[in-house]
Design a protein around this ligand. Sequence first.
Ligand code: AHR
Length: 517
Amino acid sequence: MRIRVNKWIAAVACCLSLPAIADDSVTRIDIDSTHPGATINRDIYGQFAEHLGRGIYGGIWVGKDSKIENVRGFRTDVVEALKAIHVPLVRWPGGCFADEYHWRDGIGPREQRPVRVNTHWGGVAEDNAFGTHEFFDLVELLGADAYINGNLGTGTPREMAEWLEYMTGDSKSSVVEERRKNGRDKPWKVAYFGVGNEAWGCGGNMRPGYYADLYRHFSTFLKTPPGARPKMVASGGTGDDTRWTDVLSDQIKQNMDGISFHFYTLPTGEWGDKGASTGFGEEQWISTLWQTLRMDEFIRSNEKVLDRNDPEKKLGFYVDEWGTWYNPEPGREPGFLYQQNTLRDAVVAALNFNIFQRHADRVRMTNIAQMVNVLQAMILTDKEKMVLTPTYYVYDLYQVFQDAASLPLELENAHSYQLGKTSVPGISASAARGKDGHLYLSLVNLNPREARQVAVNVKGAEITAATGQILTATAMDARNTFDKPQAVKPIRYTASADNGTLNLDIPAKSVLVVSLR
Ligand code: AHR
């Protein structure tokens, strides 16, 4: 942090040999609009939909005979809400589920599809009503791209290769003809293809060198027609362990466009007792934000490794699972990972976005876990009812950053927010020039008790006003429920500049995105 010192006090202090007094009542942000950095890939705002709990069944897919209003079996309310935030990318079918999934179970007449047990998530029957055709129908309805995660853990290279051929092929092969017979003539676009998931854990308990060999083996047979090749994703590490990034970037020299990384925010940092989604105190507010901010340190250490092994920056660093993970809600099936979503989750999402945007040259794709009814969801449903979460609104606010050019920003006097021994910066910020040519600034006030004044200057542009939206609430765990679905919603925010300096008042615990004009 640079400390601004009142000149007069500094002069006196120097002569009297007194320590300088910092004038830190205002946080200062300097944006340089003359030196745009990396493009913030729209895929940073991707989502994840796994066969898990009510994530797909009931949450997205209800079948066309359902009483719940639907389009070809997809809930109309959920599809419309997701369309409104322009979801760019959806990852499917897992997660851990991916490494036990056989794609052939989910094609052909629905009534003839086999029933399996979802061994990872609640041991429930999986009737495969939602399969490859349904997934692509969904992403086409949303206007999103598809990220398919292949099965490396229990599948074979042939199964994986044939699935890719089924989706992208345009030949007269039996596999492609089968797709046509099942109702889809044109090939689909697969934007990303993941070779396995969490190979260090549920994907097979492998070591990085063994996985690297398997990746080389399987990916050799993954073929597509010219121009249809997806970005290929190797399943990487988690947390502060950079070994996976190191070994994979060193040992896989072909057929790989990026390495994935997973990190979940647990309020306590302990899997045994993660913390509750609601009813928490300030201690867990700050610990959750502190845990979230570790994402920055993890990305930095992996970037260091990548810069050594891939100096040409061919590889992306894909955070394809992130978000909050709390204790199971009392009375709910623990294996379904259903949790409430509060203002704290909104702040977590915005902090992660500001971090991803800062690392936009390497972090080119991420997926929040997960889209509906699972972990840090955009949407919660209960039969015919639906509610948009505070996290949904952060995705809504940050739409302006999709494919924007990141801008360098200097933050002075962020004024750390401290509780006990834990300390985090008081303000997080990110700026970019949007695809529409306008300048955008996002700000998060991490302090749940104190508002903050922020003075913004922009080099290379004359700013007269800021307009946008702010998301805040009185309680740290303010949330939308089926009875009160509008309790937490963004409201309009405006401010004007004085002599080129924009003075913004940022309420406690809030997320703000403004356009600077
Ligand atoms: O998102 C839930 C699970 O978390 C995923 O299935 C797995 O990849 C991770 O451990």
